[in-house]
Ligand binder design. Structure first.
Ligand code: NAP
Length: 493
């Protein structure tokens, strides 16, 4: 492990934090919340870097009022005009990429190189949806019985409540906001409490890009349950788009059912990464490093269980251990850092619990495996081998830099083990045999499969899971339709 010297003071990397908004963004205005302000902590140093506004139920109602007031005008805005505003959001994000990356890195802790990648990915949702905004086409058909015609158009679904997690503070928000706006909807975004500064910085940017007041509203709160329930009970709200844990997703689905609100759910994952004997070792190691270590393992798509076939097992373990123990661990804002801290002390405690449990059940530690002392929420890159099937980490998201490897022999065996989970978000398969790769891809119960690569996310592709990893898709041509209602008109010509 290679942990850089750490300080208890945050390195703000030249950002003037006082220049960033911390108020609620409602109807284009910055407002104080009714609750007492919430501290934001730099996970690299544990220092408080800002205090943000705290919305209560009445503030949330004001945000819905603003979204409702702006809704008719935005829905009536010509698709081309909406498209041009979205395109401008893309351009401004791209121009300010370095500032946004530093802000993400500071409040989330991720390495700057990961934060830069996130900004580029997040901005692409605006470019992609600028292109989608003018291509939401309907249908015209003759009814099979011949008596009438069927005319189908797509209308904005209505006011949307968007809730996002801390692990991709920019991208999880733009992956919802951009298609919602392309469809003609207005929104209230509630970002994660740990990483609000990016959401607020982006709100200011949208306004500058020409997004009219009230079309995007952003509120932070220390009471997400009551605040969200109040918004979902408002009959004007017609859509909930949530990204976060499966547990909170279940609660919100139950809450949304009371008003029969359309739900898109991007929930937890437990991705298997499978390496067959015939895989190219370098490709598999490179892919595994990306699939496991992007965002220091704090990704829903992170490889959570590595299954390696017996013939390549020893070589794979040796090569992966070498790469993992060479990673530079440090503050995300440090240019040299390759693995930043976890988001909170609680996240580190969870990883420690899962590693201890696996070791108690017989797993072997090849590198890492012990929390360092000092400030910051750090956990070292860790490789475990011989992880038994009953280890808690086989069924639970680790959400950290731990690679648990186990051995397999046959295709049937590994497919059964890969599918033995309530989750079904992403999976990774490495093989030199394309037919086998496609065959395994079809058999694995996941919404997304990466074949001989470590990254699946692409704004032009449908992102989402099956089983308890979620409902609906974001990105591709599917993403914008999550924010539309088909309207059918039967007409006799
Ligand atoms: P989380 O605890 O479920 O929180 C996600 C969001 O929900 C946050 O904004 C949180 O607010 C809010 N929230 C929490 N309890 C709520 C409640 N009772 N009512 C309304 N909102 C509530 O998840 P997380 O720890 O931030 O993120 C990690 C999880 O997200 C992992 O499971 C990961 O797999 C998943 N994820 C999935 C995807 C995907 O695309 N499938 C992408 C990224 C992450 P507070 O911050 O105030 O608690």
């Amino acid at each position: 492990m290679n942990i850089a010297a750490r300080d208890t003071k945050p390195d703000t990397t030249g950002l003037d934090l006082d220049g960033f908004a911390r108020g609620l963004f409602i109807a284009g205005q910055w407002r104080e919340g009714r609750g007492s302000r919430i501290p934001v902590v730099d996970p690299s140093s544990e220092a408080v870097i800002a205090h943000i506004a705290n919305a209560d139920v009445a503030d949330a109602a004001a945000a819905v009022d603003a979204a409702a007031a702006a809704a008719p005008g935005w829905a009536a805005t010509a698709p081309r005009k909406r498209s041009e505003i979205l395109r401008r959001c893309f351009e401004l994000m791209t121009e300010r990429a370095e500032m946004l990356a530093k802000l993400i890195s500071l409040e989330n802790g991720k390495a700057l190189r990961d934060a830069r990648g996130e900004v580029a990915y997040a901005a692409e949702f605006f470019r992609w949806n600028a292109e989608e905004a003018v291509r939401i086409v309907g249908d015209f058909a003759r009814a099979p019985a011949g008596a009438n015609h069927i005319v189908v158009g797509y209308e904005p679904i209505g006011i949307c409540v968007l809730i996002t997690p801390w692990n991709f503070p920019a991208a999880m928000a733009t992956r919802k906001i951009a298609p919602a706006l392309a469809a003609g909807c207005t929104v209230v975004l509630k970002p994660a409490t740990e990483t609000p500064l990016t959401a607020y910085a982006l709100a200011a940017l949208y306004r500058e890009a020409g997004v009219p007041d009230g079309v995007v509203n952003v509120i932070t709160t220390s009471t997400p349950g009551p605040v969200t329930s109040a918004m979902l009970a408002d009959p004007r709200v017609r859509k909930l788009s949530f990204t976060g844990s499966t547990g909170v997703g279940r609660t919100l689905l139950a809450e949304a059912s009371k008003s029969v609100i359309s739900c898109s759910m991007e929930l937890g994952g437990n991705a298997p990464l499978i390496v067959f004997d015939d895989a190219d070792l370098d490709t598999a190691i490179e892919g595994a490093m990306v699939a496991k270590m992007r965002n220091a393992g704090e990704a829903c798509t992170a490889a959570n269980r590595l299954y390696v076939q017996s013939g390549i097992y020893e070589k794979f373990v040796a090569a992966l251990t070498k790469r993992m123990e060479a990673l530079a661990v440090g503050a995300g804002t440090d240019q040299a850092t390759e693995c930043g801290p976890m988001i909170t002390a609680k996240a580190v405690a969870k990883i420690e619990r899962l590693v201890d449990d696996a070791v108690t059940r017989g797993a072997k530690v090849k590198c890492g495996g012990k929390k360092p002392s000092g400030s910051g929420f750090f956990y070292p890159p860790t490789v475990l081998t011989d992880v038994p099937a009953d280890a808690e980490m086989a069924g639970e998201e680790i959400f950290g830099p731990v690679a648990p490897i186990s051995r397999f022999d046959s295709e049937d065996e590994v497919v059964a083990r890969a599918n033995d989970t309530e989750y079904g978000l992403a999976a990774y398969v490495f093989t030199g045999d394309l037919a086998r790769g496609l065959r395994i891809s079809r058999r694995i119960e996941a919404g997304m499969i990466a074949l001989n690569r470590g990254l699946v996310s692409d704004p032009a592709a449908p992102f989402g899971g099956v089983k308890q990893s979620g409902l609906g898709r974001e990105g591709g041509s599917h993403g914008v339709l999550e924010f539309c209602e088909p309207k059918y008109v039967a007409v006799t010509l």
